[in-house]
Design a protein. Structure first.
Length: 367
C-alpha cells in the first residue's frame, strides 16, 4: 500500500530526466520515420508506449521494493519459461529476421528485455542478508545459475548482445558482495580459455562477420560493414551543430538500416550535431549519477543491489549502443534506452525506473 508521506518523496528530478530523454527520442523518431514506407504510425505507437510505461511506473509503486525482491525468483522463472517458448514458437518480430519475439495477438513481446530486471530482483533477494564465507567460492554457484540459464537460452535465439548485458549486470552485483581478487582472475582466465570454443561452436556466421567487420569495416563495405560505415558517415556529417531537423541524408534516404531502432542515435547526431549528441550523453550520465547517489543513502542491501543493477542495465545499454553506432564496438541488437523504437525495451526500462522511484519514495523508512 502507498503511504501518504511517499507523495512528498517523489523524485521529480529522476522523472524529469527520463521524460526529457524520451521526449528527445520522439523528436529523433519523428524525423527517422517520416516518409518511410510502413513506418508512418511508429511515432504514435511510441507515444502510446511511453504513456503505457508511465502506467507501469505508477503500478510499480503499489508494491514495496522488498516485496518485488521476494517476487524476483518467481518472475525470473516465468521469464526463463518464456525464453524456452521463444526457441520453439518465437518469431522474427516487426521487421527483424531473428527469432527473439513471442507474438500475442497483434503485439510482439521480447522476454529477453525483462530477463535483466528479473535477474536483479532475484539476486537482491538472494543476497538480502548475505555474509560471504571466508575462503569459499561455493556461494557463487546459485547466483551463477540464475545468470547462466537465461544467458544460454538467449544465445540460442541468437541474441549475443542481450546475453552479454546479463553478464555485465551480474558483475557489479557480485563485486558488491565482496568477490575475492583470486576468484576474479580465475574467472577471467576461464573466460579467455573459452573464447576459441565460443568462436567455433557458439557464434553464428553473421556474428563472426560482425566481429571481423568491427576490426576492419572496409573488408565488406556493402555487406557486414555497411551498417558501421553508414552510421559513422551520418554522425560525422552532423559536425558541430547538425544539418537540422529532417535534413539528414543517411536516415531520410534510408541509407542507414534500422534507423528507428538500433541506429537512431546516428540519425539524431546527424541532424543535431555534436551539441545534440553531447546533450543526450549528459542527460544519460546525469540519470546514472543521480540514481547511483541512492546507493550511498541505502539503508539495506536489497535497495543497494536493485539500484546498482538497474543503473548497470541502463548504462551498459547506452555504452554498447553508442559504441556500436560510432564504430567503437561490434554491431549488436542493443537499443538505446527510452530512445529507440520498441515496446518491450520501453516497458522494461520504465519498470526499472519505477523500482528506482519506489526505493526513493520509501527512503524515510528506518531500514
Amino acid at each position: 500500500m502507498l503511504d501518504r508521506r511517499m507523495l512528498g518523496n517523489i523524485d521529480w528530478t529522476l522523472c524529469g530526466l527520463v521524460l526529457m530523454i524520451a521526449g528527445i527520442g520522439l523528436i529523433a523518431l519523428s524525423s527517422a520515420t517520416v516518409g518511410s514506407p510502413g513506418q508512418e504510425n511508429y511515432l504514435m505507437y511510441q507515444i502510446y508506449r511511453i504513456f503505457a510505461g508511465i502506467g507501469v511506473i505508477i503500478l510499480t509503486q503499489f508494491i514495496h521494493y522488498r516485496n518485488w525482491a521476494r517476487l524476483g525468483f518467481i518472475m525470473h522463472l516465468v521469464v526463463i519459461g518464456l525464453l524456452v517458448l521463444v526457441l520453439f514458437y518465437g518469431t522474427g518480430g516487426p521487421g527483424a529476421p531473428v527469432q527473439r519475439w513471442l507474438k500475442i495477438g497483434p503485439f510482439f513481446f521480447q522476454p529477453s528485455e525483462f530477463s535483466k530486471f528479473t535477474l536483479v530482483l532475484a539476486l537482491s533477494h538472494h543476497f538480502r542478508e548475505f555474509q560471504r564465507p571466508k575462503g569459499n567460492w561455493l556461494w557463487m554457484i546459485w547466483p551463477l545459475i540464475l545468470m547462466a540459464v537465461p544467458v544460454v537460452l538467449i544465445v540460442k535465439q541468437p541474441d549475443l548482445g542481450t546475453a552479454m548485458l546479463l553478464l555485465i549486470v551480474f558483475i557489479p552485483i557480485i563485486f558488491m558482495m565482496g568477490i575475492r581478487f583470486k576468484t576474479i582472475v580465475t574467472l577471467g582466465v576461464l573466460t579467455l580459455a573459452s573464447l576459441p570454443v565460443l568462436w567455433i561452436y557458439v557464434l553464428k556466421p553473421y556474428q563472426k562477420g560482425r566481429i571481423m567487420t568491427f576490426l576492419n569495416p572496409e573488408r565488406d563495405p556493402l555487406g557486414a560493414g555497411y551498417h558501421i560505415i553508414q552510421s559513422k558517415i551520418a554522425i560525422g556529417s552532423g559536425r558541430v551543430l547538425g544539418k537540422g531537423f529532417g535534413e539528414g541524408t543517411q536516415g531520410q534516404l534510408n541509407f542507414l538500416p534500422a534507423h528507428h531502432t538500433d541506429f537512431i542515435f546516428s540519425v539524431f547526431a546527424e541532424e543535431w550535431g555534436f551539441i545534440g549528441a553531447m546533450l543526450v550523453l549528459v542527460l544519460f550520465l546525469t540519470l546514472a549519477l543521480w540514481s547511483l547517489a541512492g546507493v550511498l543513502k541505502s539503508k539495506n542491501r536489497v535497495s543497494a543491489i536493485q539500484i546498482t543493477g538497474i543503473v548497470a542495465i541502463i548504462i551498459s545499454h547506452v555504452l554498447i549502443n553508442i559504441g556500436m553506432t560510432t564504430g567503437l564496438m561490434p554491431v549488436v541488437g542493443v537499443p538505446l534506452p527510452f530512445f529507440s523504437y520498441g515496446g518491450s525495451s520501453m516497458l522494461s526500462m520504465m519498470f526499472g525506473i519505477g523500482l528506482l522511484l519506489n526505493i526513493r519514495m520509501r527512503r524515510f523508512e528506518k531500514r
